[in-house]
Design a protein around this ligand. Structure first.
Ligand code: PLP
Length: 390
């Protein structure tokens, strides 16, 4: 059998391999603290779970429209209006089995040999993997610690050419927790006028998770790029629904029919009861979301303070998402080796920076989606481990 060459280039997410190893070690009786995987440690709020159960009992067992049930697409539009003060047509919304699927679709739409796709580095590993799969040239846009892990408009624009078909942006960001400020986004949007053929995919899956008064600025709020902007957002992180596999996307007029056709070809529609749960999430009380964000904020302070107290480690204060991305260069360790040693010898799962891109050496990612108590225990273990290595 000879499959297409894309499969020689496709990658994956090492966070899942780390999760599998951590689970195996735990099942063998080791006390493992998992700061590896990026998923909230909270349960989905009750009223959302109840809505799914009710949908099942009410007989919502069949296919739905490929892009999602109308009330849910309307609720997404209303949510975008409420949060970003922008109007959108519910007919341009596509409900998908996970926010990740938006990037899959967008990269498939634009990637082919001979074109460039720009993506953040360090960044979510699937961007590069999918770009490579299509045969397009992946062009990393450096996300720098000196810049507080915001993307730089100037550096991004300097990498764009007439070959650029898609620019991927992510703020608040994985793995760094960086949030790009309004001024930088405005500069970028202005510069994009010189590249009218480049579409923009804005990954805003952490849109509700910012701290210290930092605002999340949605790319949606710039009318000048709306006709070429694809928005990725969803329920996984905001409502602690990673396992439900749900996401939403907004497409410009020119792309919506292509997106709908891809949905028809790939998954027909998202799980019907899950769509009713998603509707309850958007239209119901938001207290649980605010409580989760407040809790993440507390943990963020613990993790940053704890990391900065460890010899050889410095950690910028992340302004969004639920990740800390400390600089470990002074420890003398290679990042992936340190991540592996911390799991095997100290029982703490973290991810090495190189799993997020070529600029990841010298950093590790800690997800603080774990209890404050576990975070404190993990920090102690890291400190003891590193001091024992001197
Ligand atoms: N985008 C980023 C930056 C992420 O970190 C993740 C999940 O880790 C996703 C998208 C995918 O989210 P989902 O679980 O909804 O597919």
């Amino acid at each position: 059998m000879k499959t297409i060459s894309g499969f020689d280039r496709i990658g994956e997410e090492n966070a899942f391999a780390v999760l599998a190893r951590a689970t195996q070690l735990a099942s063998e009786g080791h006390d493992i603290i998992n700061l590896g995987i990026g998923q909230p440690d909270f349960q989905t709020p009750d009223h959302i779970v109840e809505a799914a159960i009710k949908a099942l009992r009410d007989g919502h067992h069949g296919y739905t429209p490929a892009t999602g049930i109308a009330p849910l697409r309307e609720a997404v539009s209303a949510d975008l209006h409420k949060r970003h003060n922008v109007d959108s047509n519910p007919d341009n919304v596509v409900i998908l089995p996970g926010g990740k699927v938006t990037m899959f679709m967008a990269i498939l739409m634009f990637g082919e040999p001979g074109v460039d796709i720009l993506y953040p580095d360090p960044g979510f590993p699937i961007y590069r993997s999918m770009i490579e799969f299509t045969g397009a040239r992946p062009v990393p846009v450096p996300i720098r610690e000196e810049n507080n892990f915001a993307f730089s408009a100037e550096e991004t624009l300097s990498l764009m050419t007439d070959k650029t078909r898609l620019l991927i942006l992510n703020s608040p960001a994985n793995p760094t927790g960086g949030v790009t400020p309004r001024s930088e986004i405005e500069r970028l949007v202005k510069g994009l006028a010189a590249f009218p053929d480049a579409a923009v995919l804005s990954d805003e899956i952490y849109s509700q998770m910012t701290y210290d008064g930092m605002e999340h600025v949605s790319l949606l709020s710039f009318p000048e790029i709306r006709d070429r902007l694809i928005l990725l957002d969803g329920w996984s992180k905001t409502y602690a629904m990673t396992g439900w596999r749900l996401g939403f996307s907004l497409w410009p007029d020119q792309l919506i029919d292509k997106a709908r056709k891809l949905a028809v070809n790939a998954w027909s529609c998202v799980n019907a009861p899950a769509q009713y749960a998603a509707l309850a999430a958007l239209t119901g009380p938001q207290d649980a979301v605010h409580a989760m964000v407040r809790e993440f904020d507390q943990r963020r302070k613990i993790v940053v303070e704890g990391l900065n107290a460890i010899d050889g480690i410095t950690c910028k204060t992340p302004l969004g998402a639920f990740y800390a991305y400390p600089n470990i260069k002074q420890t003398g360790w290679q990042a992936k080796k340190l991540a592996s040693a911390l799991l095997e010898d100290a029982g703490v799962a973290v991810i090495g920076g190189p799993d997020f891109g070529v600029l990841g050496e010298g950093y590790i990612r800690l997800s603080y989606a774990n209890s404050s108590e576990n975070i404190q225990r993990a920090l102690k273990r890291i400190e003891i481990f590193l001091s024992g290595q001197k």
